[in-house]
Each structure stands twice: as C-alpha cells, then as structure tokens.
Design a protein around this ligand. Structure first.
Ligand SMILES: [Zn+2]
Length: 593
C-alpha cells in the first residue's frame, strides 16, 4: 500500500459530479425536472386504492425515489458549496432556496406516506412481500401506526406543538444562548460565550478549570428555577402525548421506536453501563496520579496530561489511514481511495470554511464527499480515518436503494469509529515515543468516557426525572437527584462539588430530543464490542463485519446485527465493549509515570 500514484496534497473538493457550476443550466434544470416529476407523481394519486397492483405500487416508489435522488443532489450541492465558504452569500442564498423548494416538494408527495401508513395489515403485507429492497423502508414507516391518532387529533397536536413543545424549546434556546460568562485569564477578566468558556475546562492550570466550571454553573444556576420549570413542562407534555395519548409503554419507549431498538435492549445497555462505571473510576484515579493530585475533582476530568506536539504530514497521514484499512481488508482502502480519486475530499485549512469534519452521502451512485481541516496532529489523522470510514460504509451499502442505503442512527457510526480504532491501534503499535502513546491513550479513554458513560448517565437521569415529574417533583428535588446520579457515576474516584447539581439544566439534548443521548453510548459501545470480537477471532470476523456494513439501512438494526452473529439482548455482548476499555486503562497503568 505504499505505492500510490495520487498526489496526496491538501485540496479543495470538486462538486462537478453534482452540477458543473452554481449558475449552470444543469442546476437550474434540476428545479424544473423535479417540478415536472412531482406533477406526474401527483397525477398518480387516484391509483392509490385498496386494489393497487404490485407493479403499479412499485412504479410509484421508483418515481418517488427519482424525485428524492434529484432533490438530494440539489440539497448536497447547496450544502457542500456553503460548507466550503460559510461567508459566501450566493451559497447561503442557494441553501435557503433549496430548503424552501424541498419543503414544498415534500408536502406535495406526503399523501403517499399517509396512504401507506393508513393501509390495513393484510394489504400492506401483500405489497411489502414483493417490494424487494424497499421492504424495510416501507415497514419502518408503518411502525408508528399503532401510535398514530386520527387526522383531526394529529392536526391539533401539530398546531399545539408550535406553541407548546417547540415554543418551550425555542424559549430555552433564547434564554440560554444569550448567556455570557466572565472568566479571569492571565490577570484579565474576559467576557465570553459558552463555547469559548468551555475551552478552559481543558486548560493546564487546575485553578482556571475550576473557575470556568464555577462560572458556567453560576450563570445556569441563577436561572435554574426557570430552566427547571421549562424542563418540567416539556417532560409533562412528553408524557401527556406519548404515554397518555399515543399509548407508548413508557416515556423512553417512544424514542426507542424511532431508533427501532426494542425497549429491553436499551434497558440492558444502560444496566451494563451502570455496572461498569468502575472502569472509568479506575481511569480517573489514574489520571489523578498523572496530574499529581490526591483525588481528581470533577473540574479535572478533561485536564490535559502533558500533550505531545508530534505532527504528521498530510501524505504520511493518508498512507497511515490507507495502510490501516488495507491491513484489515484491501477493499476498504480502495473505497477510501475513491474519495481522493473523485476529488471529493476537502482537506485544506481555509478561512470561512465550515469547522469540524463530516462525510456526506448523496445517492448510492455517487462517491460520498468528505470535509476535514487537516492540521497535522494525531487527532487530525484519527478524524481523517473516521470520516473515510463513513465513506467506506456508504459505498459498501451502495447496492441498496436511496431509501435503504443509509444506516440508521444506532449503526451510523460503526465503520467510522471502527476505522478510527484501527488507526489508533496502528499508531500505538508503531509509535515508540512514550509521550505520543500516552497522549493517544488518554485521548481515547477521555472520548470514550464522554461518549459512553456520561451519555448513559444522562439517559438514566432522564428516565428518573420523567418519573419524578409525574409525581410532582420540584426543581430542587430534580437537582438533588442529579447530584446523586453524578455520585453514582463517579463513586469516590472524583470529588463532585455542589454546583454540578445544575449541570442537567445546561444540557440542550434532554430538552429538545428526550432520550436521544443513549444512542451515543449504543453506537460507541457496539463498536468497541465488535472490535473485541475482531481481536479475538481475526480473519473469521471480517466477512461478518463487511456484511454488517453492506446492509446499510436495509433492515432493523437488531436484525442486521443478529445476522452478523451479534445478540444485543445479551449483556455479555455489551460487556465485551467494556473489556476493551479495561484493556486501554491497563495499558495506561503500565506506562512509566
Ligand atoms: Zn461520525
């Protein structure tokens, strides 16, 4: 894999595979083509009768897919062009135009989905039987049928959500987004946003870290009565609608269905997380020793442990990533390489370019686009492996339809995280510099803590809070329960000061998307457990893993995993993920201090 005929230089991507230019007749024509196709689709509406034949039904799905394909291309072009330069007003305008257009188109074709959801079981089963790869997409739409109310009721909920649930969330955002924080840095008091403040929780000076957190919760704490009240109201609204009207078994069950994960699987996942809180407690004790502190304070959990400043050139990074993919399976490296060959990678550091990194899959026929701003640190190499992992996943699933290619939320991070782990493993194996190795390991465990245990404990708190609010708990009682939750999470390994009782009112996810957070734990732990199997089984594991990725979003996550020999109902599977983490902490303990 060292032989490569590509010039691995950092470049801007090309969007030519979508449209030749923003003002090209091809792009303008796309609006007209979609318009014509939607009109034709609307004309088919009378065919949606109880007697519709299978070929007619499939024909309508194909037309809908064709509309969606062109709409995806338009959306992608606008979004990617804007990501290249967020200051580009023409790109901004195109994004707004496409958004509006696509929303209108979606409304005009909505009748198909409504009809499909309303259809009786027997007729739906007959049509699904001969729908090939569209089957799961069709099946999933109908999941919500038992929880769907009559049309007038649904309309009332929609209307009242605008001024209820949604308005409360907008209010929460408006209140919290205008917060400013004051922090003394280098003898100077500066006013900053939350994002700017949070940089200092990773500061090398323990006093600065403590001050940053105290300031964060001084501000949120001052508004806790009102933010807590907003939360209580959201939680009541959620229960009234999901449990009261829609008859879900519990508040969390509504989210589980939209993730298509059985309730008992989520219960098992959260139980195993609770049982394994000790691995991170062991890690925090170890971190305290590295920081030469008697005990870690909650302020210190993201404290840096002597950063190394080793960098990698871009060609080195690319070769390392390709090599680690190829050592697993040459085809993976080939698929990653296609992102470079098609010039779909934007890796330059440029002013105005969107921050962070992402991989955008547009249609099964097109190689995905990847954005990252490569700066040479080990974590930039890992990010490159992560995003190319996404691109590999999409391409392996490219045999599927537009509607079934994309893995659903619980599986969406599989190839990316797995790719990142392979790379880090390779770096650890080849790196002789203890400082660099230590850095990599600490970063791995820090990230895993934030993604797995922290999110699982948020979900546990949500579950408890939804029950408490139903029994009329006050904001103070919720604060006390949250502090208990933190104490269970950290044991005696971390000293949690009192102001952290206000942390929960600062977590937008638990307001805007109740119970969303456990999906992070699910995805990350799943990959660790898969990685454990790979280590144990070697070659034998590979075809099952490739098959899992190639399934894309063509079936329920639990069924896709079952076909790969994985039983997510079994606590032992999840335990495998924690075994990997125990191994990482063992490696850290073995390093000379
Ligand atoms: Zn990702």
């Amino acid at each position: 894999m060292t032989q490569s005929n590509l010039p691995f230089t950092q470049t801007r991507w090309s969007l030519d595979d979508l449209y030749p230019a923003p003002d090209s007749p091809e792009l303008e024509g796309a609006f007209q083509r979609i318009e014509a196709e939607v009109a034709a689709f609307e004309a088919l509406r009378p065919k949606l009768t109880l007697e519709i034949s299978t070929p007619e039904f499939l024909d309508m799905i194909h037309q809908l897919e064709s509309i969606s394909r062109e709409a995806n291309r338009l959306n992608a072009y606008a979004g990617l062009w804007f990501a290249e330069d967020t200051q580009n007003q023409a790109a901004q305008t195109l994004v707004a135009r496409v958004d509006q257009f696509v929303a209108e188109v979606s409304n005009r074709v909505l009748f198909f989905e409504l009809w499909w959801k309303a259809l009786d079981e027997a007729r739906a089963a007959r049509l699904m039987e001969s729908s090939g790869d569209y089957r799961y997409w069709l099946e999933e739409m109908r999941h919500f049928k038992p929880h769907t109310l009559s049309e007038p009721e649904e309309k009332i909920i929609n209307l009242k959500n605008v001024t209820g649930f949604n308005a409360l969330n907008t209010l929460y955002d408006s209140v919290t987004n205008r917060y400013t924080f004051k922090l003394e840095v280098d003898g100077q008091v500066r006013e900053m946003t939350r994002g700017e403040l949070m940089v200092y929780v990773r500061h090398h000076d323990p006093e600065v870290r403590a001050r940053a957190y105290r300031e964060l919760y001084r501000v949120y704490g001052a508004d806790a009565p009102i933010l807590g009240q907003i939360y209580q109201t959201i939680v009541r609204d959620w229960r009234n609608e999901q449990v009261g009207l829609r008859k879900y078994a519990s508040p969390i069950a509504a989210r589980n269905l939209s993730n298509d994960i059985p309730d008992e699987v989520v219960d098992t996942l959260l139980e195993v997380c609770q049982r394994n809180a000790g691995v991170f407690q062991r890690y925090f004790r170890l971190k305290a020793r590295w920081l030469k502190a008697p005990r870690l304070r909650r302020y210190d959990i993201y404290a840096p442990v002597a950063k190394s400043d080793k960098t990698y050139t871009f060609p080195q990074a690319v070769e390392m990533v390709f090599d680690s993919f190829a050592s697993f399976e040459p085809r993976l490296a080939q698929l990653a390489r296609r992102v470079f060959e098609t010039n779909h990678l934007d890796s330059e550091v440029r002013k105005g370019k969107r921050g962070g990194a992402f991989c955008a899959t547009v249609t099964p026929e097109l190689v995905p686009w990847v954005l990252t701003s490569y700066q040479g640190r080990a974590e930039d190499v890992a990010t490159l492996a992560h995003e190319l992992g996404h691109a590999i996943h999409s391409q392996l699933a490219a045999e599927h339809t537009l509607f079934t290619q994309h893995a659903s939320l619980p599986l969406a991070e599989t190839a990316s995280t797995f790719g990142e782990m392979m790379l880090v493993d390779k770096l650890l194996k080849e790196e002789s510099d203890e400082g660099v190795r230590r850095d990599l390991l600490f970063r791995q465990v820090d990230d895993n803590y934030a993604t797995i245990l922290r999110q699982a404990y948020f979900a546990l708190f949500e579950r408890q809070a939804h029950e408490m609010v139903a029994k009329n708990a006050s904001v103070d009682e919720l604060c006390a329960a949250y502090l208990e939750n933190l104490k269970a999470q950290f044991g005696d390994a971390v000293e949690v000061s009192d102001e952290f009782r206000y942390e929960w009112v600062s977590i937008p996810h638990i307001y805007g998307t109740p119970f969303y957070v456990y999906a992070y734990s699910f995805g990350q732990l799943l990959v660790l457990a898969l990685y454990q199997q790979y280590k144990a089984e070697g070659e034998e594991f590979k075809p099952r893993y490739i098959q899992l990725l190639a399934a894309g979003g063509s079936d329920a996550p639990v069924r896709i995993l079952a076909r790969a020999g994985i039983d997510v109902r079994d606590p032992a599977f999840w335990q495998g993920g924690f075994d990997v983490l125990n191994g990482l902490v063992d490696q850290l303990e073995a390093l000379p201090a």
